[in-house]
Design a protein around this ligand. Structure first.
Ligand code: ATP
Ligand code: MG
Length: 552
């Protein structure tokens, strides 16, 4: 039975709107600015917007908030679309705020005609001085009382390119003594002679966020415009524009942005990590970007589960990154193909196994799928993990030690008869004997052993590279650091193991496939792989290594 979950505050609002008959269908939008790659914070917003429309019957638009020509690029548009699709959502319409430039211009003209907007020649310093402070009212600009006709002419000339950047702006005429600083005659249009990724050089004036976002929502008849808490003070202006333009009354609702421990979610800072080469790119598997976690092997199911579990908060909070890792393990445990890979090999010779013979054993590819089997060669020489042998075993050590038995996973029980050391005293080889009647699946030996270890055939194993990742930062809450965030990068966030020894089936690994390397963690093929050299990313360890640290 599905667990009954209480409604989050947005669901409550929507249910009330449906019940009162205010809406029969809802419309939401996801409005990324195409100035970087999407991160896990955006995933939260995507799951929320698309999730609400799916739950209540309605649609979600993907709207690129591309009103700033300087920072936006088509590369980002493509990556954003790919990321939303990868997360598993389908948008109703793909739209661009820039498609509304002509309409937004008309809206501005309407405000001028109503005496609610004026062209201001003040410099940005002068305007800042006019603003006042939260405790002191501002002062009116000397240009505030220009006539409607003069404003219409000047605004048309701004559009026609008669003026240089920064020499004039269009401001809403509201109240320079308003308690909300954003309502003190905010700038709604500015001059920027810049090439736009879609509109090219058609425009040299661009609307500000506050004059584009609400109107775009309204044009699309968005019922619930969901954004993050920093937009709370903007809501008044959002409503002011809609009311004074007498257009469709979209409504803005705010929730707390997702912040996570040991990472940060700001496109600007992530861009810095990329351009300064602290990471290999936007899709570096240590990055909290969706392209990064995808390359690392996180699944959309796990991310959606995570977004669901954290819920929707009205206050800023910090989510433990281990919760995301938990969701990833939960899903990968169900879908990952099992493989045996020895990281730190110790050679074992099975002295009673015929020389030159290879026996083909089978084991399940996927957990609990007895019909999906893979073949594994077994022979006289195998590798086991060095740490699966102890010359002098500690208490409760159930793996190999002199005279002790262990089961080789999906193979036989072996007994350690002898160990060989080099001149320096390092153990270099074990001599073991195997119990022929103990083969997994047809064990008639009657012997019970407590330990099961993984192994690979020494001559058939395939060396592959693994890349093991750790947290990108060493600080739990990056919002508390006072110095530069780059001082807190974890120098050990990437550990490359150039060669580990995998069972031969590994050569058939496909991009996008997930593996559990038994006892070692979850892995996926990295795109840097070549046919001669396979490279695997460690998606996550099997358990929370950090939680273990704490308990010790
Ligand atoms: P950044 O600060 O990383 O640049 P942004 O908010 O400027 O983020 P946008 O492209 O404007 O990025 O965001 C698109 C949508 O995603 C917005 O509705 C925004 O509120 C939401 N969003 C961005 N970051 C988060 C976050 N950390 N948690 C939840 N939602 C977020
Ligand atoms: Mg933004």
């Amino acid at each position: 039975m599905a667990e009954e979950k209480s409604l989050n505050f947005l669901e409550e609002i929507i249910e009330a709107d449906i019940k009162s008959g205010k809406h029969t269908e809802i419309a939401t939008r996801f409005p990324p600015e195409p100035n970087g790659y999407l991160h896990l914070g955006h995933a939260k917003s995507i799951c929320l917007n698309f999730g609400l429309a799916l739950k209540y019957g309605g649609k979600t638009n993907l709207r690129f908030d591309d009103t700033n020509p300087v920072t936006e690029e088509t590369e980002y548009v493509e990556s954003i679309k790919g990321d939303v699709q990868w997360l598993g959502f389908t948008w109703a319409q793909e739209l661009y705020a820039s498609d509304y430039f002509a309409q937004l211009y008309e809206f501005a003209v309407t405000l001028i005609q109503k005496g609610l907007a004026y062209v201001d020649d003040s410099t940005s310093e002068q305007m800042a001085a006019q603003k006042g402070t939260p405790t002191q009212p501002g002062t009116n600009s000397p240009y505030r009382n220009r006539s409607v006709q003069e404003n219409l002419t000047l605004f048309a000339d701004m559009k026609a390119g008669k003026y240089a950047d920064g020499t004039k702006v269009l401001r809403a005429k509201i109240d320079m003594a308003h308690t909300n600083m954003l309502m003190r005659d905010p700038v709604i249009y500015r001059i920027k002679h810049a090439h736009h990724h879609r509109t090219g050089d058609t425009w040299c004036i661009y609307p500000m966020y506050d004059f584009a976002h609400g109107q775009s929502d309204s044009i699309e008849k968005i019922t619930h415009s969901i954004c993050t808490l920093e937009f709370v003070p903007h809501r008044e202006l959002y409503d002011w524009c809609i009311e004074n333009l007498a257009i469709y009354p979209s409504r803005q609702y705010e929730f707390a942005r997702l912040n996570m421990t040991y990472t940060l979610m700001s496109k600007r800072k992530l861009l810095q990590l990329v351009t300064e080469k602290h990471v290999s790119g936007w899709d570096d598997p240590r990055m909290p970007t969706l392209s990064g976690v995808r390359r690392r092997g996180y699944t959309p199911e796990a991310i959606r589960d995570f977004c669901d579990r954290i819920g929707v908060a009205k206050r800023d909070n910090l989510i433990d990154i281990s919760l995301l890792e938990f969701c990833v393990r939960e899903h990968l445990n169900k879908i990952s193909a099992r493989r045996m890979v020895v990281f730190d090999p110790l050679k074992v010779t099975i002295t009673n196994f015929p020389e030159g013979k290879t026996e083909i054993l089978t084991s399940e590819n996927l957990p609990d799928n007895h019909s999906d089997l893979r073949e594994m060669p077994f022979g006289r020489e195998i590798y086991i993990e060095r740490e699966d042998f102890m010359e002098v075993p500690v208490k409760k050590y159930f793996r190999l030690s002199p005279g002790q038995m262990v089961r080789l996973k999906s193979a036989y029980i072996i007994k350690c008869d002898e160990f060989i050391k080099d001149a320096a005293g390092n153990i270099i080889e074990l001599k073991c004997s195997y119990i022929p009647e103990s083969r997994s699946g047809s064990d008639s030996s009657g012997i019970n052993v407590k330990g099961v270890i993984h192994w690979v055939s020494a001559d058939k194993a395939v060396p592959v590279e693994v890349r093991q990742y750790d947290r990108l930062f060493t600080v739990e809450d990056l919002s508390t650091v006072e110095d530069d965030f780059r001082n807190h990068l974890n120098p050990n966030s990437l550990q490359v193991v150039p060669a580990v020894f995998a069972e031969p089936e590994i050569v058939n690994a496909k991009a996008g496939q997930h593996f559990q390397f038994l006892r070692m963690g979850y892995f996926c093929l990295d795109r840097d792989s070549t046919s001669g050299k396979l490279i695997f990313n460690r998606t996550t360890t099997l358990r929370d290594m950090w939680a273990k640290e704490v308990k010790k």
